[in-house]
Each structure stands twice: as C-alpha cells, then as structure tokens.
Design a protein around this ligand. Structure first.
Ligand code: ZN
Length: 157
C-alpha cells in the first residue's frame, strides 16, 4: 500500500481553492479535529491528530487521534469497542482544522460514558456566584468502570 502523501503548502490559492490536501500542523505537530454524529449532527468530541494519526484515519476509515495526555496515537474505540466509522472527512478553508463525520458503534463517544463529550451546558445570564453546570444527557450509555476496568483515566487535572 502506498503511503498517503500530504502536499507542501505553497500558495494561499493552492491551500484554499485547489484539490490538494496540504494540512497545517501546529508547532506541536497537531491539527485540531471536531467530530460530529453523521446522522444527528451532534458534536461528539474535539481532539487532535498528528500527521500519522491523520494518515491512519484516512486509510483505515476509522478515527485515529493523538492523545496529548498519553502522548501516543489513539485508535478511538480499540479498547471500548466504540469505534468511530468515518462517513466523511472535511478540511476547512486554510486547512488547519478537520471535521470528522462519523457513525459510532455502540452510540457513545465519551470515556465518561456519555454519547457526546459535551454532555453539560453552561447556563447564561448568571452573575455573582458559582456557575452551576446543567447535565443535558440524563443517563450514561455505558458504565466506564465495566468497559475500562482499572485503566488510567485520561483526564488530567
Ligand atoms: Zn469525553
């Protein structure tokens, strides 16, 4: 299998108007990724890919991210079975941001057990005291303890 090749970024016209894939990775070698549910359009998560993760995502047809906390490639769902099957990959105008439209096997994308990582909302119009988040998803899709056992939680304080 030939390795996927990204083009050099040469001109603004090439980046914005041509058919060449010339993604821009930041100083840490990463590009931000927004992932939505293909059917509902719901935002499921926001993550990062490095060059290798992006190439693997394209060739596997499954989401592969780069975990900044674990400093390693992260084939989403390998452990939990909640694989994200790619239906479409979009790249934005200046090619420094990626949108994955996916079908999630098992219906959850968040390691906490929810469908979306954005399972809480921040209320508007509060002032003067602590902000109280509102749970928008009432129930977890799965129990993370049963799925991951004692595996370390990737959330960093
Ligand atoms: Zn999450």
């Amino acid at each position: 299998m030939n390795e996927i090749k990204f083009e050099q970024r040469k001109t603004i016209e090439q980046v914005e108007e041509s058919t060449e894939l010339a993604p821009k990775f930041d100083q840490d070698g990463l590009i931000p990724v927004v992932t939505t549910d293909f059917n509902s359009g719901e935002v499921l998560m926001q993550g990062y890919m490095n060059e290798e993760a992006f190439k693997k995502t394209i060739s596997f047809g499954e989401a592969v991210y780069y975990s900044r906390s674990r400093k390693t490639l992260w084939h989403k769902g390998k452990t939990s079975g909640l694989v994200q099957k790619i239906k479409e990959i979009r790249i934005d105008d200046d090619q420094d941001s990626v949108w994955l439209r996916v079908d999630v096997h098992g219906g959850a994308s968040c390691h906490v057990g929810y469908r979306s990582c954005f399972y809480r909302s921040v209320p508007l119009g509060e002032s003067g005291s602590s902000v109280v988040l509102r749970f928008e998803e009432k129930e977890k899709v799965f129990d993370p303890k049963k799925v991951y056992g004692d595996a370390p939680n990737p959330t960093k304080l």
